[in-house]
Each structure stands twice: as C-alpha cells, then as structure tokens.
Design a protein around this ligand. Structure first.
Ligand code: BES
Ligand code: MN
Ligand code: ZN
Length: 479
C-alpha cells in the first residue's frame, strides 16, 4: 500500500483522481463558498448528514466533482473514538465496491491523534487475510491519500502512523497464520528477514544453545513437541552502543494445547494466537526499521509449541530456570510464564533501561478487562504513567493492574522455590507475580494482551495490538 500526505483545499478534495473521497466533518465546520462546503452545509441543514459521530452520507457522482464517490462522514468533536467509528462506518459502506484509491480529507486541521486513528482504522478495516486461501485476492486498497490544511505540521505524525500501520499489519498477519504455517522456525525466519533493514541484527538460538544457557523452564514447555523451539534475539541499534536499550520480550507459543493439562476442544483453535506477544515484538521492529529513530531496542522472543506427548513436562515436575530458581509445574497450561521467565533472565545481560514483556498470558485478564484495554503490571510509577500515555496517544489502550505481594501467597509450594500457578482468583495478577520474581535487576512492566491481541467470533482475527502502544512508548519516552 502506498500512502501520501497532502495539503487540503476544497477543490482538491473533489477533484483528486480517486475512487472514493472521504470527507471528515466536525462540529466546528464553517461553510465557505466552494462547492464542497455548500454541499456539506446543505446536507447538515437538511439533516441528511446528522451531526453525530459515524453518521454518513454517500454521494455518487456529485455534479461538478471529478471524484466518482464522495462520502461525508461526521466525527462530532473529533475525539479519537469518534474518528475510529466514522472511518470504520465509511469503509463498511464502500467496501463492496472494492475501492483502490481512497482519499481522506480533514476540513479542519486534525490533532496528531486524529490523523493516526484515521489511518490505522482504514488500514485495519481494509485488511484481507489470504495466506492460506486458494483465492489470493487480497485488499483492494492500494493507495491512501490523506489531506489536511497544514500538511507540514503533521508530516512527522504521518510518517509514524504509516510505520505503525506496517508494524501492526505484520503482527496481525503472523498472528492470523495457523500454527502449521507459523512455527517457531517460521517466526525466526520473519525476524531474519527484518535484518535486511539498516541497524537491525538478528540471532536465532535453537534447542542446543537454549539448553546450554540453562533455560530449563523454556525447555520444559518445548519438549512435548516435535517442532524445535527458537529463541530469537533482535537488535535495533540507532543510538550509541553504550546507551542502555529497552528490551521487549514476547511470548511466542505458536500453539497452546495446554500440554498434559490439556484444554477443552471448544475454541482451542484460537490458541494459534498465543504467539501474538512475539508478533507484536516483530511488528515494532518493522516500524523501527522504517523510522530509523536514534534509540536502542532489543527484542527477545521465546517460541515453541505446548503439546501433550510422551516427552511432555508433567504436572508436579520440578524444573530449574535460568535464574537458578526451581519451579514446580502444577499446571502445564500455565506455560507462558515458564518460557517468559527464562527470557526475562536472559534480558539482564543487556543492562536494560527498561524491560517490557508482552504476552497472551491469562484467560483471567480477558475476564478482568475484556477486549478494550490490555492489562499492564508494574511497580514503577513513572513507567506506568508513560505506558498509560502511550496507550492514549496511539489509541491502543491499556490499564494498570496491581502487584501487591499478598497476591504471591498462592505460588508457595513445599517442592520447589515457586509453583507456576496459584488458585483461580486473581489469575492474571498471580501470573504477573510469578514473572516479577525474575525481574529484580531492572525496571520492568508486563503486558497481558490475552483480551486484546485477537478478536473472537465472526470477525475472528489478530488485531496487531499492542504494536501502536509500544512504538509510541519507545519514541516518546526520553531517558
Ligand atoms: N494462552 C493461555 C491464556 C489464554 C487463554 C489467553 C484463553 C486467551 C484466552 C495461557 O497459556 C493459559 O493457558 N493460561 C491459563 C493459566 C492457568 C492454567 C493458571 C488460563 O488462563 O487458564
Ligand atoms: Mn496455556
Ligand atoms: Zn498460552
């Protein structure tokens, strides 16, 4: 897809060579003498375009306009959620016409957030999955032009938005691919392919190297499957080598059957999405590759399958993590924390400024926060504020969750230093408390994206979250 930011004037909005011209109208609209604003003013006055976010008027071949289809869409006060609603409503009506060239015009200068949301919503809505279909007819949209009154003021925001959508799309695509088409080896291949971009280097470790590092928790999860594990290390070096990196750690379970503690069959297919944390790390690197910012970022992905077999780890088995802590595996379905704990220990070697892990970790987080906000856990107040704010600017929302020590009670066991599960209560928090034991050497936050990484039901599919959030955190947080 091709993106371009242009200056808006009312004649270009109606004379651009495109299939559809989307005109975003706010409450602050003031009519001028030009044909477009006369049209809008009439539509508003007659009530044919109601002043409510998402209301639209679809106009075919308006007299005097070059553009064959003009869609007026109201965005009320222009709040991010309203822009999102408006753009997805507009795409829903034009979708069947399979538009190729779309122009989105803001009559009044939008905020950076409005521009970002308009673009991410349009790209998201027009995505078509084809990788494992015989009909390879993908998205119809090939070119998106965005017009704003002062384009120079928004160029940087536009560039970031384009990088974000490319990263989000990579995360979505790999999240969607079925487990037999997205193995740990495939994910390592995606990472390797990213190393063709400037400033990116990638190392891939296999079972032997992981064993040598003493990652007994990660190994325990992987050993039930014939598919070999991969530990993927990505480096983006945009600043002095001496500058401490932010380390992103992704859970990359390419299929989570639960292992010996096997899951019920219903909806088990959705456990192909259990690598969406890993996919979000890859997505962020895709965006960094494009933007080339002056920062250092390390990506760590622990990837394997969680399957039952004669070689699987069993409930009650005790394994030794890379940190030296022993873990009693009371439930083999709590595998995410097992692969992550070793990756978190590995992260120490980078003397990180901050470590963020991203994981589809618990069903309990879906119950707590649903599909709207990702949960995050940190006891670092400035970090919490920065993450919450990155969620707002990117409209990839998140919400802080508690980490009181009292929540760790249930992880106690007589047979190891720690158990991998506590009771059912507060399941997302006890999981975070488990991870916290491996993060004493640096500033850390954990994202539970179990509710936000993919949509279930008829619109089943990965969302590419939280690539947008992570990107804004990396680019907007100084020091
Ligand atoms: N990948 C799942 C978490 C999950 C479940 C995400 C459903 C989205 C939807 C994770 O590995 C898991 O199985 N967690 C268990 C933990 C439990 C055994 C303590 C869970 O949430 O049930
Ligand atoms: Mn599991
Ligand atoms: Zn899992």
């Amino acid at each position: 897809m091709n993106f371009e930011l242009k200056i808006f004037n009312s004649s270009s909005a109606t004379h651009e060579k495109c299939d559809v011209s989307l005109i975003l109208v706010t409450n602050a609209f003031k009519a001028g003498k030009d044909a477009l604003s006369v049209l809008i003013a009439k539509a508003l006055k007659s009530g044919d375009l109601a002043a409510k976010a998402g209301q639209l008027l679809d106009i075919y071949r308006p007299v005097g306009f070059l553009t064959p289809r003009v869609v007026l869409v109201h965005i009320a006060e222009g709040a991010a959620a309203d822009v999102q609603k408006a753009v997805s409503a507009a795409y829903a009506v034009i979708k069947s016409a399979k538009p190729s060239h779309i122009k989105i015009s803001f009559l009044l200068q939008p905020t950076p957030q409005m521009l970002r949301v308009a673009l991410t919503t349009l790209v998201d809505a027009s995505y078509v999955y084809t990788s494992t279909k015989s009909d390879r007819q993908g998205r119809s949209v090939t070119r998106v032009v965005v017009a704003v009154p002062d384009e120079k003021a928004l160029q940087a925001c536009f560039d970031r938005s384009v990088a974000a959508v490319n990263g989000i799309e990579l995360a979505k695509e790999w999240g969607n691919r079925p487990a037999n088409h997205a193995t740990p080896t495939h994910l390592a291949g995606v990472a390797k392919a990213l190393s063709k971009f400037a400033r990116i280097k990638v190392d891939v470790l296999g079972p032997k190297e992981v064993s040598k590092l003493g990652m007994g928790a990660f190994e325990a999860v992987a050993k039930g499957s014939d598919e070999p594990l991969r530990f993927i290390v990505l480096h983006y070096t945009g600043a002095e080598k001496t500058k401490a990196p932010v380390v992103l750690v992704g859970k990359g379970i390419t299929f989570d059957s639960g292992g010996i503690s096997i899951k019920p069959s219903a909806e088990m297919d959705e456990m192909k999405f259990d690598m969406c944390g890993a996919a979000s790390v890859l997505g962020v690197f895709r965006a960094l590759a494009e933007l080339q910012p002056n920062i250092n970022v390390v990506g760590l992905i622990a990837s394997c399958e969680n399957l039952p077999s004669g070689r699987s780890v069993k409930p009650g088995d005790v394994v030794t993590s890379m940190s030296g802590q022993t873990i009693e595996v009371l439930n083999t379905d709590a595998e995410g924390r097992l692969v992550l704990c070793d990756a978190l220990t590995y992260a120490e070697r980078f003397k990180p400024a901050v470590v963020l892990d991203i994981a589809t970790l618990t069903g309990a987080c879906v119950i707590a926060l649903g599909a709207v906000r990702s949960g995050f856990f940190t006891s670092d107040e400035p970090l919490a504020a920065a993450l919450l704010s990155a969620g707002e600017t990117s409209q990839d929302l998140c919400w802080p969750m508690p980490l009181d020590d009292a929540y760790a009670q249930g992880l106690k066991t007589s047979f190891a230093d720690v158990a991998n599960v506590a009771g059912r209560a507060g399941g997302s928090i006890t999981a975070a408390k488990f991870l916290q034991r491996f993060t004493s050497k640096y500033r850390w936050a954990h994202f539970d994206i179990a509710g936000t990484a993919w949509k279930s039901g008829s619109a089943k599919g990965a969302t590419g979250r939280p690539v947008g959030l992570l990107l804004d955190y990396l680019l907007d947080t100084k020091g």
